[in-house]
Write a protein of this length. Structure first.
Lengths: 257, 647, 268
């Protein structure tokens, strides 16, 4: 009753950061269409281990589409062909028997390959460290209902905050730009009244860090939005551009940084 | 083993405030002389690391993921409880406290639970200040919903991503401190052992998962916030990397492990599709508000459905067994988690299970759709239905959903006193990793509350108290040059070498699966003396096999997921045995722990308050010696023990 | 770092400059097109229009505008090149299997269309403004129409101090130019690329300065496409009409008789 398929995988194998890396082909048989994509890779790993070979290294953790750890480009598309889906939530029923699947790591200079499909995404953390926070020391908060926030703004902030930091936007962008990632955090925090005090500082600092990490610029083509498993819209980038411009103008007359 | 719970004197309501007053303080100028090690970056660890750094301590924080933002707290969906009483519906600290103690089937420590309820309101304030986008009403005030059968609306939520948003709040606070240099963050580092100097926890040994380098880290105290051990069952709703290693290593170095048999099984998970499965996915319990749970009346009908010869929609009304409605007429499909889970298992054990594996029952919305229309159902559960369809490929509007219970939280953990300090002085344990607040069963929306309470509002005080007691002269005195570090480091390295050198034929994953099968079958939803004794023997045999037939490919000095898993599985195997021992010892049924010998005539759990109102704390005695049980009696001064009934 | 420097160094800052310079150029091409289309109203009209452009401001003002436009192009170009270099650096290795998920053709080819347009602009200025393209020196009256013709307004030759005011024969310059098939082809291709460039750029500039959302993105994308087509058709119709023989040379500049005859009549 369960449908199965045979597949050819072309997987990027790279021993470490310095290795050149290459594609290696593997044949897989009897993959259940109910398996997730990562479970299919688990089976490949077991098969490789059985033959005494090292399994394919790939990042993954929660396997329910929320932690943002999984990161692989499947047939040229970050997280694969399904819209709004992380690789871990992608199921094999979206592939067909006999198909060849090409699996590559995220490609971006700021994301060096650590091994096989595993890349180093710490630049995203550093962008947050430079300003992606609203300072609120534990113990200093006022009552949560002291400041009403319109539902519209709360919902908008939530839309932006849904980012899982997987880096698919960077991976999808031909310029390896981290604008969507940065913009999501800036939009989330800049739009809330709590975040206003640090708004200009945040916009300037996060963009400076983003550029300094070696990400490319935005060419407004929208590949990031299309690849984003959480559907973060380009609107957020428009807001970042606006907030950044305003912050720069203010900074010109009275330094905020 | 010293099980002094250090519960402060005085009436329940004043315990925490008077304790805060009595605790030692560290002068702000001296705080920078101390160094705190925090392992884990979830709600408890991340919040504790950030808060301690804000206070001025130097912090090193470790996580196995590539970023602290990925800790598994992120996956919690439903919400976070807080006794704010914003809805004016009769909530109070006392009511939250009472609900939590009762929900925990009277196996939690009163004083801890009261404190949890007390600080719950501060958590919401703190999170809102950090910009957590909680759901709001049109008037701009925070929205609440009722959750997990609570009679008041006290749950705050951020869509279905509450855990994510709370974690990102803690992560932002932590990130700020990392940016300021107050926290040194070690991503992709796994703690492999704890180092004790003069009986106190003073450091840890970690492995850099990229380079394979094993290194020593010294501090003035250690905070473990390393989550639960649900992955001992192989299949659970936990993340792939969740493991018991840090807690179990600490246990082996002298920390008591309390109530390991308290595991929570969630009834509404998507069933296992086959043996290629790696993970179970939870769906919100709210589905049971409108879905009716049923299994075919006869095993034969079930077989036909499994084989695809019969469409479940064509099963006649008389051939359907709405077993929850039948057994629990007053609660029906909304019966609590443990009870619903067991009933589903029973149906499947009788051969009446559906899904390809026979491990599933229906959650049918046919009647609800007929009654309210598809549109209403879509509005209520649209995203859940989509998720279900994404994973299973079935459209739940047309064919009934299938569900099966799965492990998703563990109430047991390292024993801690009121200060969240384990039996190793200087080693604090927060969040799911400790045993303190949920007793034998956790209420919905309470895990996030506990993690943040520990991280933001308890550990920052109690860690400071410990450091203050040690005195400023002791600050930073222990360095990694101390011989204790060399010793433990050698142990860790020896263990890694051992894994690499067994050269057997079976992969760590395969051992993990086998272990999971044993504990799920015999220490899962229903446990028996006989089964548990078998399980212990089987696990011991598995352990032998593991150490003689393990195969770890690759090498130890680079990224090697096989080696990582080997270490975790080795600890899970030993821990699994401990869990079975605890379940065997506890001759009663309470909360998530159900012993088939201890049930009423109609199959309900039977607690034994006279003999088992205690936390069972296990002390490690050596690899070849059985662990020793200690008991911390649970004294109820404010709550009267009654039997839970859902008939 | 000074705030202006940090603005210019940032990717967003350069994108904003690109958008603002783009806006100037977007408006310029529209004006240019409307001006050109006057050729269909007759040689006198387009010539008079050209005369006006040259005389409405003093020469220094004219040069200021020219330099401003050239400067705008330079800024647009600098932003594009420096960002492109940064972007290339950020993605040294692409995907083996590289499929755009949704990006439009126009959006993906901005650099190519922009560079070809640049080449065209250089040619175009050399051709019509500087008039230095070999074999197209309009000063050579043996090959081409007279360079200067009388200025005609409302059907009358404009006179000044007893002599007709002379103006540059823009009509014939265009017609002569477009009668060369490859010039027309290049011109049509270039305006086609301009259309492609605008179909992304027109909408994109709003995004870069932060004045766009999902709703307006859809609208602006449509407007951009329409705008691009309008510009393309408006420009391309002239060489097409020329090659089709609809637009013709007029050595009298719309006066109806050669300038010698006018002067003769005058003296009579």
């Amino acid at each position: 009753m369960e449908k199965t398929m045979n597949l050819t995988l072309r997987v990027w194998r790279q021993k470490n950061r310095l290795d050149v890396g290459k594609f290696v082909e593997y044949q897989l048989e009897n993959i259940s269409e109910d398996s997730s994509f990562l479970e299919m890779l688990d089976i490949l790993s077991e098969q490789l281990v059985e033959g005494g070979h090292e399994p394919v290294a790939f990042d993954h953790d929660c396997r329910e589409g929320i932690c943002g750890m999984c990161s692989m480009t499947i047939n040229g598309m970050p997280h694969g062909p399904e819209n709004g889906t992380t690789a871990c939530q992608l199921h094999m029923r979206h592939f067909h028997d006999g198909q060849t699947i090409t699996i590559e790591p995220w490609r971006a200079k700021p994301f060096p390959v650590i091994k096989d499909l595993v890349v180093d995404r710490s630049p995203l953390d550093r962008i947050i460290q430079s300003g992606g926070f609203i300072t609120g020391r534990a113990g200093s908060a006022v009552d949560a209902n002291a400041m009403p926030i319109s539902k519209q703004i709360a919902d908008y902030a939530m839309d932006a905050a849904a980012c899982i930091g997987c880096g698919a936007c960077v991976a999808a962008c031909p310029n390896a730009s981290a604008m969507l990632f940065t913009a999501a955090k800036v939009s989330h925090m800049n739009s809330l009244p709590q975040g206003k005090a640090e708004k200009d500082r945040r916009s300037l600092a996060m963009v400076t860090t983003m550029d300094g990490e070696g990400f490319g610029g935005c060419t407004n083509i929208g590949e990031c939005e299309a690849a984003c498993p959480k559907g973060i819209p380009l609107d957020m980038i428009a807001q970042l551009n606006r907030d950044y411009a305003v912050a720069q103008v203010k900074n010109f007359f009275q330094p905020v940084l | 083993m010293n099980l002094d719970s250090k519960i402060p004197e005085g009436p329940l309501e004043n315990k925490w405030s008077s304790h805060k007053f009595n605790m030692k303080l560290v002068n702000p100028a001296n705080r920078r002389k101390y160094h705190v090690i925090v392992v884990g970056s979830g709600l408890a660890g991340g919040a504790a690391a950030a808060s301690l750094a804000e206070q001025g301590y130097n912090v090193s924080c470790f996580c196995y993921q590539d970023s602290p933002r990925r800790a598994h707290s992120i996956a919690a969906q439903g919400g976070i409880n807080a006794a704010k009483n914003y809805q004016n519906d009769g909530d109070s600290v006392k009511r939250l406290f009472y609900d939590t103690v009762k929900g925990g089937d009277y196996r939690a420590r009163e004083a801890n639970v009261y404190r949890l309820a007390e600080v719950s309101a501060d958590i919401i304030d703190q999170c809102v200040a950090q910009g957590v986008p909680f759901a709001r009403e049109y008037g701009g005030y925070l929205a609440n919903r009722s959750f997990g059968g609570a009679q008041v609306s006290r749950t705050f939520y951020a869509r279905g991503q509450t855990g994510q948003q709370l974690l990102l709040g803690a992560y932002a606070a932590l990130s700020k401190q990392i940016g300021l240099g107050k926290v040194k963050m070690y991503n992709r580092h796994e703690m492999l052992d704890v180092v004790k100097v003069d009986g106190h926890a003073k450091g840890i040994i970690v492995r850099n998962m990229i380079s394979g380098e094993v290194s020593r880290h010294a501090g003035d105290c250690v905070v473990l916030a390393t989550g639960g051990y649900g992955n001992v069952f192989f299949l659970s709703t936990n993340a792939q990397g969740c493991n018991v290693t840090a807690a179990y290593r600490a246990h082996k170095r002298g920390a008591g492990f309390a109530n390991p048999c308290y595991t929570q099984i969630h009834p509404t998970c998507i069933p296992v599709h086959g043996d290629q499965q790696s993970k179970l996915t939870l769906m919100s319990e709210s589905l049971r508000n409108d879905g009716r749970v049923w299994a075919p009346m006869s095993a034969d009908t079930a077989k036909q459905i499994r084989e695809g010869k019969l469409n479940p929609n064509d099963v006649a009304e008389d051939d359907r067994d709405y077993f929850l409605e039948r057994k629990y007429p007053s609660f029906g499909n909304l019966a609590p988690r443990d009870i619903s889970s067991r009933a589903a298992k029973e149906a499947c054990d009788e051969g009446r299970g559906v899904a390809t594996t026979g491990l599933g029952v229906f959650l049918d919305f046919r009647d609800a759709i007929k009654r309210d229309g598809q549109k209403t159902i879509e509005e209520r559960y649209g995203n859940l239905f989509e998720m279900y369809q994404c994973i299973t490929g079935d459209n739940p509007y047309e064919t009934p959903m299938m569900i099966f219970p799965a492990v998703h939280y563990t109430m047991g953990g390292l024993w801690v006193n009121y200060n969240l300090e384990s039996t190793i002085p200087g080693m604090f344990v927060g969040g799911e990793a400790n045993f303190s607040d949920h007793g034998a069963n956790r209420l919905g929306a309470s895990a996030l509350m506990q993690g943040l309470a520990d991280g933001y509002f308890v550990l920052p005080y109690t860690v400071g108290n410990y450091l203050g007691e040690q005195g400023v002269a002791a600050a930073g005195q222990v360095t990694t040059d101390h011989p204790a570090f060399a010793e433990v480091e050698a142990d860790v390295k020896g263990r890694i070498e051992k894994f690499m050198s067994i050269n057997g034929t079976e992969s760590p994953r395969s051992f993990h699966k086998r272990l999971g099968n044993i504990v799920w079958e015999k220490c899962g939803m229903a446990r028996s003396k006989e089964g548990l004794e078998e399980a212990i023997k089987e696990i011991q045999a598995l352990k032998k096999e593991f150490w003689s037939n393990l195969r770890v490919v690759g090498d130890a000095d680079s990224l090697n997921p096989e080696l990582e898993r080997a270490g975790r599985v080795a600890d899970f195997i030993e821990f699994g045995e401990l869990m079975c021992r605890d379940a065997l010892m506890r001759e009663e049924s309470c909360g998530g722990h159900f012993r088939v010998e201890h049930q009423t005539d109609d199959g309900e759990a039977k607690r034994d308050d006279d003999n088992f109102t205690f936390a069972g704390v296990w002390e490690y005695q050596g690899d070849d010696t059985d662990p020793q049980l200690h008991k911390e009696p649970l004294i109820y001064e404010n709550v009267k023990l009654v039997t839970r009934s859902y008939k | 770092m000074c705030s202006l420097c940090s603005f210019l160094k940032s990717t967003i800052g350069r994108k904003i400059l690109m958008a603002l310079s783009g806006l100037v150029l977007v408006l310029f091409v529209l004006g240019h097109m409307l001006g050109n289309l006057q050729i269909f109203l007759g040689a006198d009209v387009i010539n008079a229009y050209a005369y006006k452009l040259h005389h409405v401001l003093p020469t220094s003002g004219l040069w200021a505008i020219r330099l401003f436009l050239l400067g705008t192009i330079a800024v647009h170009l600098w932003a594009a090149i420096s960002l492109t270099l940064d972007n290339r650096k950020a993605r040294p290795q692409g995907y083996d299997e590289d499929k755009p998920i949704q990006a439009s053709y126009g959006a993906r080819t901005m650099r190519v269309s922009g560079l070809i347009l640049l080449a065209f602009i250089v040619f175009h200025i050399a051709h019509y403004t500087a008039r230095v393209i070999p074999s197209m020196e309009y000063n050579d009256e043996s090959v081409m129409s007279p360079v200067e013709v009388p200025l005609v307004k409302n059907g009358h030759v404009v006179m000044k101090e007893g002599a007709p005011v002379m103006t540059f024969n823009v009509n014939d310059m265009m017609v002569d130019g477009f009668q060369v098939w490859w010039v027309s082809l290049f011109y049509i291709i270039a305006t086609g690329l301009l259309c492609l460039h605008l179909s992304h750029g027109f909408s994109s500039m709003f995004q870069s300065v932060g004045l766009r959302n999902s709703l307006w993105r859809k609208r602006l994308d449509k407007i951009a496409l329409i705008y691009g087509w309008v510009i393309f058709l408006g420009f391309a119709i002239i060489p097409v009409a020329t090659l089709a023989g609809i637009l013709k040379e007029d050595p009298t500049g719309g006066a109806g008789e050669p300038v010698a005859a006018i002067t003769e009549t005058l003296h009579k």
